[in-house]
Design a protein around this ligand. Structure first.
Ligand code: GLN
Length: 538
């Protein structure tokens, strides 16, 4: 029978429920349990696909084409297993399902209400994930903070599940903050007491408290928390600030979070987590022998969460190369008219980020021309690849005024154009080319060297494409289309010869990079930057 763990958050948002959930899952996975993590988001959007990155950070895309919360990225990076549509549920989706059923007459004339109809749908979605994946343990993270009006139905669903299944089958781990008051030189437990009270009001007695803190918790303080919050002292877990999120599984292991959880769920604790590959990764991450600096050219640079998976991919691929990758955000709008040398000359490479709309696009194109001509390593992702195609069209192929029709639909040379099957689509949510698609790689290309094989699958999220009417013109002018979708003939990878690294990809490799499986293209890009830097100096 599947066991359920619900992770709730108290006191403030941004305590790192996603990282705690992923770390706990990692430890349980190392103990040979089949685990997955699910995120319940309390907002009314059906999915985060229509949200501006400023609102909600990056939109993470799964193999099955779901547009999801960026926490799913952490789950995959930690667990090294794929998530799906079922791993992210929003209030919008819950209500949409219930309202559709109401319209179909499923409720047979009954009044449709939050309890039981909405809460039943929440419970159904949690258990559906367990059944589909045949998991031993499902960890469900409830977004938001206890006390928010919008998360009440989720807490009520949790209360009901605990009642129906028994608390040894349905656990609540409550993540909370123990603030340090520097004037009093003291850690304070009161906000935690209040947030536990909120939970109790919803009918939930937390089983385990995970306490975010900047200072170690003393035994007295743990005793106090245990007494006031009605948990056993061993179940007060310290979660001290870490220098990297990748330390958290080891910190939780030291604090025996996994052990407490398993004991309470009455599951076997015999197999101790080894985390061998994880520790090797951390060793490389913390002891780099080189340092490189890369420019991330995008338009949401004030908010690193907008490019979360790209930053993390550089952590993984840097560690694989024993190299610290310093990522410097550069605003593409600044590159539209400023002189480029001062921005780009000191960099070991640039990555042109994914994005939508025309803001900053000319800056991206100018930067690409600069690094192409000055042989600075370049990696373009999605919009970044499309910009590389436009730049090459204008400056090498000789197609004056070439553009993507996303930016200029009257261009004389639409080298990037709307896909045929996108032309009739009018609605925005879930209508892009989404999810995993096959790509066939040309032998002896840079991409082939990186992947070491010809058949790959990568995740997509876009509406526009390389326009194959121009294919011959580009290849005649020296651009190599080294990755092609075998089913549709769409160009997925472009690259250039006689350059230290010049690769653009239509898909999103950053979504598949994990601690234990850093993405081959990121690894190759970092390697190329290191080689280039070393050769220049030699
Ligand atoms: N805006 C471009 C398109 O829709 C690129 C999308 C992206 O970078 N994810 O095709």
């Amino acid at each position: 029978m599947t066991k359920y763990i619900f992770v709730t958050g108290g006191v403030t948002s941004s305590l790192g429920k996603g990282i705690i959930s992923a770390s706990l899952a990692k430890l349980l996975q190392e103990r040979s349990y089949k685990v997955t993590i699910q995120k319940l988001d309390p907002y009314i959007n059906v999915d985060p696909g229509t949200l501006n990155p400023y609102e909600h950070g990056e939109c993470y895309v799964t193999d099955d084409g779901a547009e999801t919360d960026l926490d799913l990225g952490h789950y995959e990076r930690f667990l090294n297993t794929a998530t799906s549509q079922d791993n992210n549920i929003t209030t919008g989706r819950i209500y949409q399902t219930v309202i559709n059923k109401e319209r179909e007459g499923v409720y047979l004339g009954k009044t449709v209400q939050v309890i039981p109809h909405i809460t039943d749908e929440i419970k159904r979605r949690v258990m559906l994930l367990a059944d589909k994946g045949d998991f031993d343990i499902v960890i469900t993270e409830i977004g938001g903070t206890v006390g928010d009006i919008e998360s009440l139905p989720y807490l009520e669903a949790l209360r009901q599940m605990r009642r129906e299944l028994g608390i040894e089958n349905c656990l609540n781990v409550h993540l909370t903050l123990i603030p340090y008051l520097s004037a009093a030189k003291e850690l304070k437990t009161k906000p935690t007491q209040h947030s536990v009270k909120e939970l109790l009001q919803a009918g939930i007695q937390p089983d385990i408290l995970v306490c975010r803190t900047e200072k170690p918790l003393t035994t007295e303080l743990k005793q106090k928390l245990a007494l006031f919050c009605n948990v056993d002292q061993k179940s007060v877990i310290e979660a001290i600030d870490a220098s990297t999120i990748y330390d958290v599984p080891l910190l939780m292991l030291k604090e025996k979070l996994d052990l407490r959880v398993l004991k309470k769920l009455k599951l076997k604790t015999s197999q101790k987590p080894e985390l061998t590959a994880w520790k090797e990764f951390l060793g490389r991450l913390k002891n780099p022998s080189h340092d490189i600096k890369i420019g991330l050219i995008g338009k949401y640079n004030e908010l690193p969460d907008a490019y979360k998976s790209i930053y993390e991919s550089f952590v993984h691929s840097g560690a694989a190369n024993e190299c610290h990758v310093n990522v410097v955000p550069i605003h593409s709008e600044r590159l539209e008219s400023d002189e480029l040398g001062p921005y780009l000359d000191s960099l070991d490479g640039i990555l042109v980020a994914p994005g939508f709309g025309e803001r900053g696009i000319e800056g991206k194109i100018r930067a690409i021309q600069y690094v192409r001509e000055n042989k600075i390593p370049f990696f373009g992702i999605c919009l970044g690849m499309q910009c590389a195609v436009v730049e090459y069209a204008r400056n090498v192929v000789g197609l004056k005024g070439a553009a993507s029709t996303e930016v200029n639909d009257k261009t004389s040379h639409p080298v990037i154009d709307l896909m045929e099957d996108q032309k009739s689509i009018k609605t925005m949510g879930g209508t892009m080319r989404l999810g995993s698609y096959k790509c066939r790689i040309e032998k002896s290309s840079m991409a082939h060297k990186a992947y070491g094989r010809q058949e790959i699958q990568e995740r997509h999220r876009h509406r526009f494409e390389f326009n194959n009417k121009y294919l011959k013109k580009f290849t005649d002018a020296g651009m190599i289309t080294s990755g092609i979708n075998p089913d549709t003939g769409l160009v997925e990878i472009v690259e250039l010869k006689d350059h230290p690294f010049f690769v653009g990809v239509q898909f999103h490799p950053e979504l598949k990079s994990t601690v234990e499986r850093p993405h081959p293209l990121f690894v190759a890009f970092v390697k190329a930057m290191l080689k280039n830097k070393f050769n220049e100096k030699a």
